[in-house]
Design a protein around this ligand. Structure first.
Ligand code: IPM
Ligand code: MG
Length: 370
């Protein structure tokens, strides 16, 4: 039988991107060997790396590679201190990351946060608030809301003053499709969905709540509750164990997913999947660590590669349906952590068996545990 070859575009980007990508690809290839599936991985520049090599944050050749691939494994882009003269529309955040999200219709962003038992010390909350463990899936709408709504502009209004406008806009169908993703995700978990909005103030919040409630009737097995975003932010700190799936619009999801990530020990542990519509049984996906480029530690072998490595597990599961290999990667990460290996972000001198390691050593241990 002819085996499928899965085509992956690997775009490492800036900051810690290249060093964590290197470890992730080693783990991915180790997994392909172990489970005997074929991968074809092609690397291409993006972000400042794209600007430096091809004059654009998303070079044409990189975009073409993405179009002919089955999925994208992404590192991170954006270096806030680089060249302030480059217009904001051409900077990597907008010209590469947001452009790819829109271009490929990646409307559903899944960010799973869990606090491994062994990392209880890295969670900023007291032990009693951690309960039996924190395990939350943030489902963030990714191609609507204030990120993309028009008008979006800054005008000169004279007298040395400016006026900036961003527009929060959602249509019923945009809310419906992300709600379906959230309910279906909840079905595979603990069957509880908390929908986040600001229905007490925003028109968007009212439409969001009505629409999610209506879609919820199709999922009677999932219990649905609504929460205002300010309360949601507070509840994450007070009683995070009440959450299973949190459904958020784009901006609220950006904020709450970072907050939730802190509960999982470190932003360096949080993978994410950005998915579009499923066509012909295939889901094109974009997989990236939720943390940023961390320029302060870039190139020093200090970064935690786990978010990038776990993003590979999400890629195998969501785009290729390879559940067993995906699980193998997740278990290899757990094994490395349980064996006491810690990058700086999850290290505590009070842990008796912990050993501080670099990016590469963590990658080695995880690849070896596959
Ligand atoms: C994220 C990031 C991006 C976002 C930035 C880098 C544009 O914070 O993926 O959460 O705001 O979506
Ligand atoms: Mg963010």
């Amino acid at each position: 039988m002819q085996m499928n070859t899965f085509k992956i575009a690997a775009l490492a980007g800036d900051g810690i991107g290249p060093e964590v990508m290197r470890e992730a690809l080693r783990v991915l290839h180790a997994t392909a060997n172990k489970f005997a599936f074929q991968l074809s991985v092609t690397q291409a520049p993006v972000g400042w790396a794209g600007i430096d090599t091809a004059g654009k944050a998303l070079p044409d050749a990189t975009l073409a590679l993405c179009r002919e691939s089955d999925s994208i494994l992404f590192g991170s882009v954006g270096l806030p201190d680089r060249d302030p003269t480059i217009p904001k529309e051409e900077r990597p955040e907008r010209a590469a990351l947001l452009r790819i999200r829109k271009e490929f219709g990646l409307f559903a962003n899944l960010r799973p946060v869990s606090l491994p038992k062994a990392l209880a010390h890295a969670c900023p909350l007291a032990k009693e608030r951690q309960g039996d463990g924190i395990d939350i899936l943030v489902v963030r709408e990714l191609t609507g809301g204030m990120y993309f709504g028009q008008p979006k502009k800054t005008e000169d209004i004279g007298g040395g003053h400016h006026r900036a406008t961003d527009t929060m806009v959602y249509t019923t169908s945009e809310i419906e499709r992300i709600a379906h993703v959230a309910f279906q995700s909840a079905r595979l978990r603990r069957k509880k969905l908390t929908s986040i909005d600001k229905a007490n103030v925003l028109e968007n919040g009212i439409l969001w709540r009505e629409t999610v409630t209506r879609i919820g009737k199709q999922y009677p097995d999932v219990s649905l509750e609504h929460m205002f975003v300010d309360n949601g932010a507070m509840q994450l700190m007070l009683r995070p164990t009440q959450f299973d799936v949190m459904l958020c619009e784009n901006m609220f999801g950006d904020i709450l997913s970072d907050e939730a990530a802190a509960l999982g020990g470190s932003l360096g542990m949080l993978p994410s999947a950005s998915l579009g519509a499923t066509t012909g049984g295939n889901t094109f996906g974009f997989y990236e660590p939720a943390g940023g480029t961390a320029p302060d530690i870039a190139g020093k072998n200090l970064a935690n590669p786990i978010a990038q490595i776990l993003s590979c597990a999400l890629l195998l599961r969501h785009s290729f349906g390879l559940n067993e290999p995906a699980l193998a990667i997740e278990q290899a990460v757990t094994r490395a952590i349980n064996s006491g290996l810690r990058t700086g972000d999850i290290f505590s001198p009070n842990e008796p068996n912990a050993r501080k390691v670099g990016t590469r050593e963590m990658g080695d241990a995880i690849a070896a545990a596959i």
